[in-house]
Design a protein around this ligand. Structure first.
Ligand code: ADP
Ligand code: ZN
Ligand code: ZN
Length: 802
């Protein structure tokens, strides 16, 4: 087995395969699949992942591996296979899939350098760029306005060369420890000989005679209230010695978590956990959909199932949405399992995340709680995978590899023959449909553990407000209620549901929203052309002068920012202290948490924010939740907008009155009769599911069909359109009869950074060859991608359709 098959770090579809390298003698005994290596590739040295060792190669004149970056594999055999599966399933590159499974610090960083090889004149731009130098950094080039195409030409002509200087960014943290340098009896002799003036030295030495274990230098200095010079004296006399040891950065102080014990389960919880426990015991895979209202004790079920897994000596992965990974959430897991829990969270520093990853890699913990990418935790004996709030879109990665954590979890669950639990108060339609068909096993928790009813939801018709002469964004009832709560010292959460850039057109008089006649989604207003356009099918029409439904001229586009609301709010209720939470106020690291803490400490009466306030919050003192405009989510140009509205309304409602004080929810809307608003008001998931499934069936959307979204972008408008057209044509030629291809249409964000974006969508029931077909079609554009900066991306499970 002297040959290694390597996936090299060159993100190009023409390189998306393994390359064979000779394993030099010195690495023969240590090299294993799953390690990273440095290999020669053309004129450069690059990083690659060893995926297999074989004894023969069908190529001759192989090159040798230059260096090994890892001494133990960082990808297990399972993860190597998973990466391959992931790449194929999402039509991404193998290298991209592997990188996605690892913490950032393990992605080798290259410093690239350009060298001028000739004195002969270069092209004008390159001359300016080199400006008399022989070497120049690559980053400069990227910012310097020289096209890669020119550089590539010059490289091909032998005028310049690119050097790759690999430096691994792995950063470990070391701490200095102190320990005795001699046997105890020798130290005792030394102690007796020591001058009585050296009191501190004596104390410290006496301590080490009693406790010969190593301890951190800093803590010794602190404990004895001494200085480094005293320690140095002991070091110089040869009594003590220093050693450096690698330590983990633990972002959580594990002692701060109070130990919690398993609760006695309710009857419903008992019924739900029973089959899961049985599966854990028998090593059987199945997917359980745990549908339970907020506060029904889903988390307690997770905790007790994990306990079984731990007792069995196996491991558990718990995924929670990034935004819900609050200290409250971490406390629930650390409180039960202490330091046996690693936390993977994007708010941690790269170093902290790497340390948490290594605790998993070294089998020092059995549980990981983390956001999406924690699904790749390098455990080797998984006993359960849990996805909380499984309907959340943040489980879908929107960059390549465009995977859904649910699919990865199920794939790993099959491999490890262990159960997967999907938990939610409002499961995704796709998941619930699978449960209905028996593909997933359904358990339902209908009762809250505290037996309290869900807070009452009052829906306010904003059209009535207008008719009564109230033109503000706050209905009379919301205003009165806010004032009442504040005067009682209670707190209010206000949700402004504004997402994205899209503006739809709505009649303030009657609530009419202009929709696409073919796609059942709101048309989007384009200011410069004064047109309304559909982003699915390219239908368009002029902006109406008055409402087609009631002829009112109060029809206009819709959307207000949090800042304006804040101003309006402080005018309306001057005594209210308002905290605003949106993308602007939470951009800085830790800002999100800081705002929440301020609110928890009652430094404000009202928390005003976008969807990010809807999740995971649990404030005892919040008794009123107000939703300012339920319509702005309902009318997003996305076929999932009703579902998202239902989920969001249900979720925010769960924020009110979770404790002793009874809560109330006020939802303002221009379309109170819409089923997703009405049914969310009654917490009626089942009926919502049934009604929404009918719509999906009628307009042929998932889960009745599958979708694939292809997005093309280029600086040149015509080029972007034409390339998309070409793709659409090739697709039509090869797909099944009942498959539909929509487009080309401009993407909802039709231009980003001066690149025009076009898209087309494939709607299909069964298309076994689609991935192969798409790869083939895209490969035809390889030249344009390489030389002309054309970009094509495919999403086999699109969620962001806006
Ligand atoms: P969910 O995750 O479904 O929203 P939680 O697991 O957070 O629900 O449970 C809500 C509350 O009920 C928590 O405070 C939890 O400690 C408590 N709880 C859960 N199960 C039980 C039980 N069997 N008996 C008493 N209290 C429980
Ligand atoms: Zn109208
Ligand atoms: Zn349409």
């Amino acid at each position: 087995m002297t040959i290694a098959k390597v996936i090299v770090d060159v993100p190009a579809s023409s390189i998306n395969q393994t390359f064979d390298y000779i394993i030099p003698e010195r690495f023969q005994d240590i090299l294993q699949p799953g390690m990273r290596v440095i290999v020669p590739f053309g004129p450069r040295k690059i990083m690659g992942y060893v995926v297999a060792r074989v004894s023969e190669s069908s190529f001759n004149r192989l090159k040798e591996i230059i260096d090994i970056l890892d001494l133990t594999p960082i990808l297990t055999p399972e993860l190597l296979d998973l990466g391959k599966w992931l790449a194929e399933k999402t039509l991404s590159l193998y290298i991209t899939a592997f990188q996605a499974m690892l913490p950032q610090v393990l992605k080798a960083n290259y410093k690239k350098e350009l060298e001028r090889l000739t004195d002969a004149p270069l092209s004008e731009k390159l001359e300016i760029f080199f400006a008399g130098r022989d070497f120049a950094s690559y980053e400069e080039l990227e910012n310097g306005g020289v096209s890669f195409y020119h550089v590539q030409k010059a490289i091909q002509a032998g005028d310049i060369a690119v050097h790759y200087l690999v430096k691994s960014r792995v950063t470990k943290k070391y701490t200095t420890f102190l320990k005795p340098a001699r046997d105890g009896h020798l130290l005792e002799e030394a102690l007796q000989d020591m001058s009585n003036k050296a009191k501190k030295q004596q104390e410290i030495l006496a301590f080490f005679i009693e406790h010969p274990e190593e301890i951190e230098l800093n803590s010794v200095i602190k404990q004895f209230e001494t200085t480094r010079s005293v320690i140095n004296a002991l070091l110089n006399k040869g009594f003590l010695t220093l050693l450096k040891k690698e330590v983990y950065r633990n972002p959580y102080d594990d002692d701060q978590f109070e130990q919690t014990n398993p609760l006695e389960l309710t009857e419903q919880q008992q019924a739900a956990i029973e089959p899961v426990k049985q599966h854990i015991k028998d090593n059987v895979h199945d997917v359980f959909l745990l549908h339970g209202v907020t506060g029904s004790g889903k988390t307690e079920i997770y905790l007790q199932a994990i306990q079984d897994v731990i007792d069995k000596g196996e491991e558990a992965i718990v995924l929670v949405p990034e935004i819900s990974l609050t200290p409250q959430m971490v406390r629930r897991f650390k409180g039960r399992f202490g330091s046996n829990v690693a936390v993977m969270h994007s708010a941690l520093s790269h170093g902290e995340r790497y340390d948490e990853w290594r605790r998993i890699h070294r089998k020092e913990v059995q549980v990981v709680v983390g956001a999406r990418s924690a699904v790749f935790a390098p455990f080797e004996n998984l006993g359960i995978i849990i996805i909380d709030e499984e309907h959340e879109n943040s489980y879908k990665q929107e960059d390549s590899p465009r995977y859904h954590a649910r699919d990865v979890a199920i794939q790993r669950g099959e491999y490890h023959r262990c159960p997967v639990i999907l938990g939610s108060a409002t499961p995704a339609l796709e998941s619930y449909a699978r449960a209905q068909k028996g593909v997933y096993k359904l358990s339902t928790l209908t009762k809250r553990t505290n037996e309290k009813a869900m807070p009452e939801v009052n829906i306010v018709d904003m059209r009535d407000e207008l008719h009564a002469g109230n033109r503000s964004m706050f209905s009379r009832s919301l205003k009165d209620n806010i004032a009442k709560r504040i005067s009682r010292g209670e707190q209010v959460v206000l949700l402004l549901n504004r997402r994205g850039y899209s503006t739809f057109v709505m009649c303030r008089e009657c609530g009419h929203v202009q929709e696409c006649p073919h796609c059942d989604i709101a048309l989007t207003f384009h200011k410069h052309s004064n047109q309304l356009k559909c982003h699915y099918c390219a239908y368009e029409e002029p902006m109406p002068m008055d409402c087609p439904s009631c002829s009112s001229d109060l029809i206009r586009f819709f959307g207000t920012g949090t800042q304006r609301i804040e101003e309006a709010l402080t005018q309306l209720i001057p005594e209210a202290r308002v905290l605003r939470m949106d993308v602007d106020t939470t951009r800085r690291k830790g800002a999100h948490e800081k705002l929440l803490n301020q609110f928890a400490e009652k430094q404000a009466d009202i928390l005003l924010g976008t969807q990010m306030i809807a999740k995971g919050l649990d404030f005892e003192n919040v008794t009123l939740v107000g939703v300012l405009t339920a319509d702005s989510m309902l009318n997003l140009p996305d076929f999932r907008s009703s579902e998202k509205t239902f989920q969001l309304l249900t979720q925010v409602s769960g924020r009110a009155g979770r404790h002793d004080l009874p809560g109330e929810v006020i939802v303002q809307t221009y379309t109170p009769e819409h089923y997703s608003i009405e049914l969310a008001g009654h917490y009626n998931f089942l009926q919502f599911y049934q009604q929404e499934m009918q719509v999906r069936k009628q307009f042929q959307y998932p889960p009745y069909v599958y979708l694939a979204l292809i997005t093309v972008s280029h600086q040149n408008h015509v080029k972007a359109v034409q390339s998309t057209q070409k793709i659409v044509k090739s697709l039509w030629k090869h797909v099944q009869q009942d498959t539909v291809i929509l487009g080309p249409t401009p993407s909802p964000i039709s231009r980003i950074k001066d690149r025009y974006r076009y898209q087309c969508m494939v709607k299909y029931k069964q298309e076994p060859g689609l991935r192969t077909l798409l790869s083939k079609i895209i490969r035809q554009f390889d030249d344009d991608v390489r030389k002309d900066d054309l970009q094509i991306s495919v999403d086999m499970q699109p969620y962001q359709l806006m």
